[in-house]
Design a protein around this ligand. Structure first.
Ligand SMILES: Nc1ncnc2c1ncn2[C@@H]1O[C@H](COP(=O)(O)OP(=O)(O)O)[C@@H](O)[C@H]1O
Ligand SMILES: [Mg+2]
Length: 342
């Protein structure tokens, strides 16, 4: 897509260190697919003007550092602001699917079927109103994961042969659906499973998440190394898009202070779009509560401090992508040149 190509080259043209986007160029399925309900769109988004389709992998090689919390609620905040967003659950632990109320036992087609090539992505995308008890806000759509994602490598091998590879399968699927969305978020697993590696290889941007806790710095360091590796092995345009902190304490502990210091030292001198986000997500019980209820924080309590923080992070993300030339202003908004865009 031209706009994405533009974003990649524009992002990389600002760059100068190799690791994070600164170089100048730098389990088998329990149910068969045929038995399962389909959730293809009744509305054909293809009739809309194409959107920018910016693909953002959200990650950190550490479990429990708010990857899923940030993916789902940031996408919800962007959707609320009029952006069409997709969250693609690429983690066998299904955090993003659970966060919007998709239980373990729903026999849904999702990530596995798309990646193995038995279903086109548009046939499995879930949107508002598709499933009873599944609360997806307007503008926020999802490709769900099931435990069968665990067996994706073997399934792909059996179906496609030895030359098949998961990153290419993910890229092909993304190319089909990019024009439908302003933003596509890939929620990854806390270890380098093959869907996680595929996400690193297929994304345009990488959003890091962190929480003030033991081994936070190691987790971030490892993630930076993974971004660098992805850039060297097939995705030279992958660009860091900053770090979002969650579980921020009102009065930082030693771990919290260490983390902030590390962020300042490591990211402070990088270009603006790679810096830690100005807004951090506060520690609050609303986060686990919303996850337990299978609801987004923004729908559970739109006026909650944490909901407001997610809107602020969403604004900041839009500004960063706009500055990189990767994302056009929202529909009905006035562009930088004073002209209404879309
Ligand atoms: N701001 C926050 N306040 C309280 N708990 C949080 C906050 N952010 C994340 N958590 C909790 O931390 C845990 C890990 O978050 P999650 O998003 O599932 O991380 P990951 O996807 O990285 O494994 C969850 O139990 C979640 O509820
Ligand atoms: Mg997760």
């Amino acid at each position: 897509m031209p706009s994405t190509a533009m974003s990649r080259s524009s992002a990389s043209s600002r760059a100068s260190a190799p690791d994070v986007g600164q170089r100048p160029d730098p389990h088998p399925p329990s149910v068969t697919a045929a038995d399962q309900p389909r959730h293809g769109h009744e509305v054909d988004h293809n009739q809309d003007p194409p959107r920018d389709g910016v693909v953002i992998a959200v990650g950190n090689q550490k479990g429990g550092v708010a990857k899923t919390t940030i993916t789902v609620n940031l996408a919800a905040a962007l959707a609320e602001q009029g952006r069409r967003c997709l969250v693609w659950d690429l983690d066998v632990n299904r955090g993003a699917s659970q966060h919007v109320g998709i239980g373990d036992n729903l026999p849904l087609l999702g990530s596995f079927e798309v990646l193995v090539g038995s279903e086109p992505p548009e046939e499995v995308i879930l949107k508002a109103g598709d499933l009873d008890g599944v609360e997806l806000p307007q503008g926020l759509e999802l490709i769900a994961a099931r435990r069968n994602l665990e067996g994706i490598d073997q399934a792909l091998l059996e179906r496609e042969g030895r030359f098949a590879d998961l990153p290419s399968a993910l890229k092909r699927a993304l190319e089909r659906i990019r024009p439908r969305y302003d933003l596509i978020f890939l929620d990854t697993a806390p270890n380098l499973t093959s869907p996680t590696i595929a996400a690193y290889k297929a994304a345009d941007y990488f959003l890091l998440t962190a929480m003030p806790e033991a081994f936070a710095l190691q987790g971030l360091n490892t993630a930076l190394g993974d971004i660098a590796a992805a850039r060297q092995h097939g995705n030279p345009g992958l660009t860091l898009l900053g770090v979002v902190l969650s579980n921020a304490e009102p009065r930082p502990t030693r771990l919290g202070r260490e983390l902030v210091e590390y962020l300042q030292t490591t990211f402070g001198g990088l270009p603006d779009h790679m810096k830690p986000f100005a807004t951090a997500i506060s520690r609050s019980t609303i986060v686990p509560t919303a996850q337990k209820l299978g609801r987004t924080i923004l729908s559970l309590d739109p006026h909650h401090k944490v909901s407001k923080q997610f809107r602020a992070v969403a604004d900041e993300l839009e500004r960063r992508l706009a500055a990189l030339g990767a994302l056009r202003p929202r529909m009905g908004e006035v562009g930088r040149d004073g002209a209404g865009v879309r």
